[in-house]
Design a binder for this molecule. Structure first.
Ligand code: NAD
Length: 487
């Protein structure tokens, strides 16, 4: 008989030390539904201690040169890379994603985040201008803002947390990071590596717990002037309210309802596998996943047939299965929410062509209570349906026909979100026209999710405020000052 499994106990990381907490919350393995980890249930008290540590570390860290900070960021990248396999295993277990994805995307990208900002921080220049008729010149300087509060979601846990930590500390800030309470393990493992990388105590503090308790304590703290948040729109609303009395600098990276527009001249050989991936990668739990597919009517039937065939081959399996394309969803509550959308679509008269409610999954006994779901394709659905307007954030996508370019632009733009869009066509003129008119922070044409970290990332409308990237993150995590010299 198997013995009782020991629970993994996480601790907050403050001022370079691991500190226990008075209370803990359960964290589940999404592939089994079992509790396997205890996460500190921190609150105001822990935030006070973290603010003190970050405040004490700030003068020395902010006065180092970008070159000196860059050396440390590169060492963080190195130690992360040395632990890549361990981190990938942990990320997959904690989040439910396939081990293959954690190994090839999440952890390598976390490493890259440090390497990228280690380099980019050395390449910013300031502006200088002269007014010779008045005998003066002006120039700008940028200084770190102070203590940065960084809040991240559960879908790409270490990837998104390090995408905030790296630029914030590169620019000379000290940070208090709060990962999602659902996926805290890799952030805790990351803290264990910081001493070896030479990160001074108090520069990176990580406090664990729920949004309403520790997240709000962080956002409301008067000594934390800058908040970078990635997560859902309702949480962003709350963070905005809490930040308003302090006029905090805010970066909000939120959800999407991303369209793929497929014109009749699209190369379907490339478009179909790419659209299956863009709909279902990471269980559809990427803010950039496609969830509305508009297909020009002349190729609609052919596309749909081939798309459904390809989706049926998209294998759902336990996260460690190397042949699995998709693992488990994050939580029982989230699985139920995603399923409820399919139920609503069905009740509205839409057709469920594959996935939820049609096929059966065969999983090992131990994983029968895991949060698995098949990739689901819905058709015959109205643009006004909640499945076509609300972010589902799971393996569910809708396919609908369109007739003209004008019509599809209006329909694609007809939702409150504006994060990522994909356009498939061989007509260069059309691609430029459509890309320009889409209300979307990112438009991929004839591809999906190719990222250039130098360029701005972020959304329009309810998908957020602000952009992240080399220059954008630098601008966000610094204050600019204009200095005038009379000569
Ligand atoms: P969420 O808003 O529930 O939580 C995100 C983070 O905010 C978590 O750490 C959570 O604990 C914290 N939080 C919750 N309530 C809070 C509060 N009142 N005050 C302070 N912090 C609080 O989002 P989620 O469910 O973890 O993530 C999914 C969402 O994130 C989706 O909408 C997805 O599209 C979005 N997302 C956006 C991007 C992007 O770059 N635009 C990337 C990934 C995910």
């Amino acid at each position: 008989m198997a013995g009782k499994r020991e629970l993994l106990m996480l601790e907050n990381f403050i001022g370079g030390k691991f500190l226990p907490c008075n209370s803990y919350i359960d964290s589940y393995d999404p592939s089994t539904g079992e509790v396997y980890c205890k996460v500190p249930n921190s609150g105001k008290e822990e935030i006070e201690v973290a603010v003190q540590a970050a405040r004490e570390a700030f003068p020395a860290w902010s006065s180092r040169s970008p070159q000196e900070r860059s050396l440390i960021l590169n060492r963080v990248a190195d130690v992360l890379e040395q632990s890549l396999e361990e981190l990938a295993q942990a990320e997959s277990k904690d989040q439910g994603k396939t081990l293959t994805l954690a190994r090839t995307m999440d952890i390598p990208r976390s490493v890259l985040n440090f390497r990228f900002f280690a380099s980019s921080i050395q390449h910013h220049v300031s502006d200088c201008t002269e007014m010779s008729h008045l005998g003066c010149m002006h120039y700008t300087v940028r200084t770190p803002v102070g203590i940065a509060g960084l809040i991240s979601p559960w879908n790409l846990p270490l990837y998104l947390l390090t995408w905030k930590i790296a630029p914030a500390i590169a620019a000379g800030n000290t940070v208090i990071a709060k990962p999602s309470e659902l996926t805290s393990v890799t952030a805790w493992m990351f803290c264990k590596l910081l001493d070896k990388a030479g990160v001074p105590p108090g520069v990176i503090n990580v406090v664990f717990g729920t949004g309403p308790r520790v997240g709000e304590a962080l956002v409301s703290h008067p000594e934390v002037p800058v908040i970078s948040f990635t997560g859902s729109q309702p949480t962003a609303e709350r963070i905005t309210q809490l930040s308003a009395p302090h006029c905090k600098k805010l970066s909000l990276e939120l959800g999407g309802k991303n369209p793929a527009i497929i014109f009749e001249d699209a190369n379907l050989e490339e478009c179909i596998p790419a659209t299956v991936r863009s709909s279902f990668a990471n269980q559809g739990e990427i803010c950039l996943c496609t969830s509305r597919i508009f297909v020009q009517r002349s190729i609609y039937n052919e596309f749909l047939k081939r798309f459904v065939e390809a989706t049926r081959k998209w294998k759902v399996g336990i996260p460690s299965d190397p042949s699995a394309n998709m693992g488990a969803l994050i939580s029982k509550a989230h699985l139920e929410k995603v399923r409820s959308y399919v139920t609503k679509a069905h009740a509205e008269g839409a057709k469920i062509l594959c996935g939820e409610g049609v096929d059966q999954l065969s999983l090992p006994l131990r994983n029968q209570a895991g949060y698995f779901m098949l990739p689901t394709v819905i058709t015959d659905i109205k643009d006004e349906s909640c499945c076509m307007t609300e972010e589902i954030f799971g393996p569910v996508t809708c396919v609908v026909p369109f007739d003209s370019e004008e019509e599809v632009i209006a329909r694609a733009n007809g939702v409150k979100y504006g994060l990522g869009a994909t356009v498939w066509s061989k007509d260069v003129g059309r691609i430029h026209r459509v890309a320009k008119r889409l209300q979307s922070g990112l438009v991929w044409t004839n591809c999906w999710l190719i990222r250039e970290l130098n360029l701005p990332f972020g959304g329009m409308k309810s998908s957020g405020i602000g952009r992240e990237g080399a220059k954008d993150s630098y601008d966000f995590f610094t204050e600019i000052k204009t200095i005038t010299i009379k000569y």
